[in-house]
Design a protein around this ligand. Structure first.
Ligand SMILES: CC(C)(COP(=O)(O)OP(=O)(O)OC[C@H]1O[C@@H](n2cnc3c(N)ncnc32)[C@H](O)[C@@H]1OP(=O)(O)O)[C@@H](O)C(=O)NCCC(=O)NCCS
Length: 209
């Protein structure tokens, strides 16, 4: 057995912020100021504003302030979800990662509707994030909360194995609480779906030559 000290959560957060996580159809690219305008635009759509219950439109100044706070934290990883050609199609985060690895939250997820129908980008982004949660960090549980009428997100969470564990109120709107533990995370069939899409995309690219 190695005597090398195990990396802390903070060390691992910094490592994830330093390099992209490569998937088959998307990459999770560490969030940086270059992503502000694209993410602000996606977050300010009426759909995202409604489901994320944003009290006011995001601004460049506000996003810059948020990024300063984010950069100082060591329990939060925010990514831009990028298509393989580099196009930013969404954003997602694993945050409030506790130092004892007991839990973290997944959220701040948005995928641009203009790209979402092309391929299961959301699904692969969720799998890459949960692979970090349970693989990289070895967390005991991932929590997430979803607006009561967000059927799309509830369906995605159910496919990933999340179970409803409660509800709470955010500024007058009911939100449902979900939790996922490693024993319920069964990603193999979902990964196979993503891999099939990647092969299909490769075949289409070959045919187009
Ligand atoms: C949530 C979001 C990222 C999902 O992106 P998407 O790529 O369109 O979603 P997907 O195509 O991967 O998944 C859609 C799923 O919802 C299901 N669905 C679609 N409409 C539905 C509805 N009205 N009710 C229930 N399920 C529905 C689909 O059948 C599919 O589930 P399945 O794969 O199990 O069949 C995107 O809608 C978004 O950015 N929304 C605004 C922000 C938001 O809600 N973020 C989450 C906050 S917790």
């Amino acid at each position: 057995m190695s005597d090398a000290p195990r990396a802390t959560v903070a060390d691992q957060v910094l490592a994830l912020r330093a390099a992209p996580t490569r998937g088959a159809i998307v990459d999770l690219v560490p969030y940086a100021p270059v992503h502000h305008d694209r993410v602000i635009a996606m977050r300010n759509t009426s759909r995202a504003t409604y489901f994320l219950h944003q009290p006011a439109p995001l601004t460049h100044e506000g996003q810059s302030r948020w990024f300063e706070g984010y950069s100082a934290r060591r329990d939060d990883v925010q990514w831009a979800i990028c298509r393989k050609d580099g196009t930013v199609v969404g954003a997602t985060a694993l945050y409030n990662i506790t130092a004892d690895r007991a839990r973290a939250e997944k959220g701040r997820l948005v995928v641009d509707d203009a790209y979402a129908r092309e391929a299961p980008y959301t699904l692969e982004a969720e799998l890459l994030l949960l692979d970090h949660a349970f693989g990289t960090f070895g967390l005991a549980q991932v929590d997430t909360c979803v607006r009561h009428d967000n059927g799309v997100m509830q369906s995605i969470n159910a496919r990933l194995g999340f179970v409803e564990v409660g509800a709470h109120d955010i500024r007058g709107v009911p939100y449902l609480d979900y939790a996922l533990t490693p024993d319920r995370y069964r990603p193999d069939a979902l990964r196979a779906t993503v891999a099939a899409w990647a092969r299909r995309t490769e075949r289409l690219a070959l045919l187009a030559r």
